[in-house]
Design a protein around this ligand. Structure first.
Ligand code: G3I
Length: 461
């Protein structure tokens, strides 16, 4: 969606009670996509479908485009699941991220167990890539051409392809994909490569080799199957940046952040901070084009099957209610949209809420949209002191009331509005920001309205 369309959508939302932007609206305003893995079997669940359609502008097939699903018998293709996803995406104005063409896992039995000469296996692989990418030419914008090619020590995994064909299977897969759809962006994708380590170093060296050989690779996908409390946002950002510096696009492709179950409120708040850290890492790297979360709801996630006793890794809970992690993602995008250079990145820009003014806080009070009887407002406050819980106050014009708000608890007495932190955004580091937003009735708010924090007036940001 274009920025203009996103603004229009905000306006339409403003005429109903649904005032908060959706994830896709907020991500769009930053020039990024926000995607989810879609489970084909759940597309007939209306709650699931509605969230997938309204909150995301990119979809990845969780399983339906894998080799075992697409080519269950040699040369016999089953496009049903992939076609359903593409149709869903077209109905909902979404991108499609193709996952995945060449992978050691979820191969069909005939391929897994079959004996083939090296040249026959190479032809099987390139035929598969050519056929699948050709089938979806123009419909799939990005492909994970090669998935999970690495061992943890940075060496190449001993997959059937590597064992028989050597490293050249990777270049051949990319060349076949490029020939089948010259406009699709081609990615290599892996897990445990989010930060700098032996595995990501191996990936880095491979990508350098591929580029020096003229292999058509456009980007690197970082899966980000992470663990609550074990997320280092700045290490993720630095690692994304070093791949971006090779001239590549980078994407967070399979984000989820698991915990030991059952969850509790402190784990959920930590999870929200961790989601925010990953989103901020992407948003700080201009070549990071988007974030895909690996599933919508905790009830549908792959995690408990693979890691018994762990789960609750998704942005929506088992009842399809948004969790603090959802709000953290949303706020990461809305904050970044209000501050295009990133917090504090442009010291010359007086509009940058990242720049502390005089006093203990600065505030940017922005009317994002207005119409005859209302408006949508975003507020970002930066504090010079660490906060453990906050209270922000401001006055609205006479007759203007808060209809509903997000990322805080709202009360109004006359013109005075008081906003207190939500469960997930009360802890703010010194120099950090928090944001909230709301819709008004009875007229529009005014840009630049003064805000106070804990009774002290903030400087205009
Ligand atoms: O299709 C069969 C079905 O016929 C059968 O009745 C059923 C019984 O269990 O199993 C079905 O297959 C399952 C398949 O998903 C499709 O639903 C497999 O058991 C199940 O193991 C498989 O899990 C998927 C997993 O990849 C396989 O490795 C997960 O849903 C999927 O989320 C996960 O995704 C991977 C990414 O592709 C790559 N990165 C890691 C990520 C998480 O493991």
């Amino acid at each position: 969606m274009s920025a203009a369309a996103a603004t229009l959508a905000f306006g339409l939302a403003g005429t109903s009670q649904a005032a908060a932007p959706t994830l896709r609206e907020a991500a769009d305003a930053t020039g990024r996509f926000i995607g989810t893995a879609v489970n084909d079997g759940l597309l007939n669940n209306s709650t699931y479908r509605n969230i997938a359609a309204s909150e995301f502008d990119s979809v990845t097939a969780e399983n339906a485009m894998k080799w075992e699903a697409v080519e269950p018998q040699r040369g016999q293709y089953n496009w049903a699941g992939g076609d359903r996803l593409v149709q869903f995406a077209q109905q909902n104005d979404q991108l499609v991220y193709g996952h995945t063409l060449v992978w050691h896992s979820q191969m069909p039995q005939w391929l897994q167990n079959g004996s083939f000469s090296n040249s026959e296996l190479r032809t099987i692989m390139t035929d598969h890539v050519t056929t699948q990418v050709g089938r979806y030419r123009g419909d799939v914008q990005r492909w994970d051409v090669v998935n999970e090619a690495f061992n943890e020590d940075g060496s190449l995994r001993q997959s059937k392809f590597y064992q028989q064909l050597g490293e050249s299977y990777i270049a051949d897969a990319f060349r076949a994909a490029r020939a089948a759809d010259p406009n699709a962006k081609l990615f290599i994708n892996d897990y445990n490569t989010e930060v700098r380590n032996a595995k990501s170093d191996g990936l880095f060296r491979l990508v350098q080799r591929l580029k020096s050989q003229g292999v058509p690779i456009d980007g690197v996908g970082f899966q980000n199957h992470l663990i609550v409390g074990n997320v280092n946002g700045s290490a993720i950002q630095q690692n994304l940046q070093r791949f971006a510096d090779l001239g590549l696009e980078v994407v967070i492709t399979e984000l989820d952040i698991r915990m030991r179950t059952p969850s509790d409120s402190s784990k959920l708040q930590q999870q929200a901070r961790d989601y925010r850290a990953v989103a901020d890492a992407c948003l700080a790297v201009s070549a990071c084009s988007g974030i895909t979360v690996w599933g919508i709801s905790d009830r549908d996630s792959w995690v408990p099957d693979t890691f018994p006793g762990e789960g609750d890794a998704c942005p929506w809970d088992g009842n399809y209610q948004p969790k603090p992690a959802y709000h953290a993602l949303l706020t990461a995008f809305t904050d970044a949209a209000g501050d295009p250079g990133g917090p504090g990145e442009d010291p010359e820009d007086p509009e940058d809420p990242g720049e502390p003014g005089t006093g203990s806080c600065t505030a940017v009070f922005t009317v994002a949209n207005r119409w005859a009887t209302g408006s949508v407002v975003n507020v970002t406050v930066r504090t010079t002191q660490a906060l453990n819980g906050w209270r922000a106050e401001f006055d609205l014009p006479s007759g203007v009331t808060v209809a509903n708000g997000w990322n805080g608890g709202f009360s109004q007495s006359g013109a005075r509005v008081t906003v207190t932190n939500a469960a997930y955004n009360g802890t703010v580091a010194a120099g950090g920001t928090f944001s909230f937003g709301f819709q008004t009735n009875g007229g529009a708010a005014q840009d630049g309205t003064a805000v106070s924090l804990g009774g002290q007036r903030c400087a205009a940001g």
